[in-house]
Ligand binder design. Structure first.
Ligand code: URA
Length: 252
């Protein structure tokens, strides 16, 4: 059992890894990796599609018009950003906001799964087609499944998924707002329900201990050698780079 504090620290480690990610070509066109932000111990997570221009500049998810609508919908069910964690399927903006490509989704998927495992949400609201298809592991589109909660297993975590339309859809089709509101209205009851039964923890086979090979005698003076845990003195003395994106994770 890992404590909330430990999980938060591990989430920061995943962020440190993601923020310099070059696993796909989006790293060549992005300005900032938008890892996600919010409460690292949230019961409710939102998963959108990918950062847009505002998010790419600001480093935080949903900070444009669609984000303002998301804030309003949250407020209407008595929640605020500090209560939830918001992430995206892709952590980097696709050029000109084009649709995420299957290879990009596949490459980025591990970050999202690790976020879910560490935040341990009870409910995940998928916003729009891309996150709904990914997290349901099914190609059925959002118009057929929105508003229908279901339990899925992601990594080692069973969660309730509530697919809803992407808030940007309501910016273009105002009648969609009523549908979004109706789907959002299910959230308080879903959050109050018990956690779905969790998969049995994996049982790890103990790895037999192997005797280390004896080190060959060093010819040079042993005082200059350093173990892998001890950084060379020059590296240890270096000032750390100032962290301009320290607030980017926006953890509450
Ligand atoms: N749309 C998304 O799907 N994600 C964002 O972060 C912003 C807009």
């Amino acid at each position: 059992m890992t404590s909330a504090v430990e999980r938060r620290e591990q989430l920061k480690e995943v962020w440190q890894e993601a923020r310099t990610c070059t696993k796909c070509p989006l790293s060549e066109t992005r300005q900032t990796v938008v890892f996600g932000a919010g409460n690292a111990d949230a019961d409710l997570m939102f998963v959108g599609e990918a950062p847009g221009a505002n998010e790419d500049r600001g480093g935080l998810p949903f900070i444009g018009q669609a984000g303002r609508l998301l804030d309003r919908l949250l407020e209407e069910v008595g929640l605020e950003r500090g209560d939830v964690f918001i992430a995206n399927v892709l952590k980097c903006r696709p050029p000109n906001n084009r649709d995420p490509r299957p290879t990009e989704i596949e490459t980025c998927r591990d970050y999202l799964h690790r976020q879910v495992e560490l935040i341990e949400p009870k409910v995940i609201c998928t916003l729009g087609n891309f996150s709904t298809k990914l997290l349901r592991d099914d190609p059925t589109g959002i118009s057929k499944v929105h508003g229908n909660p279901e339990v899925v297993v992601l990594g080692r975590r069973a969660v309730t998924i509530l697919p809803i339309y992407h808030p940007a859809a309501a910016l273009y089709t105002p009648s969609m707002l009523d549908t979004l509101r109706a789907d959002f209205a299910q959230l308080p009851d879903l959050l109050a329900a018990p956690l779905p039964p969790q998969p049995a923890p994996e049982v790890f086979e103990p790895v037999p201990e192997v005797e280390p090979e004896p080190e060959p005698e060093a010819e040079d003076s042993p005082e200059v050698a350093h173990t892998p845990e001890e950084p060379p003195a020059a590296a240890a003395a270096e000032e750390p780079e100032p962290d301009v994106h320290q607030d980017q994770l926006g953890l509450f």
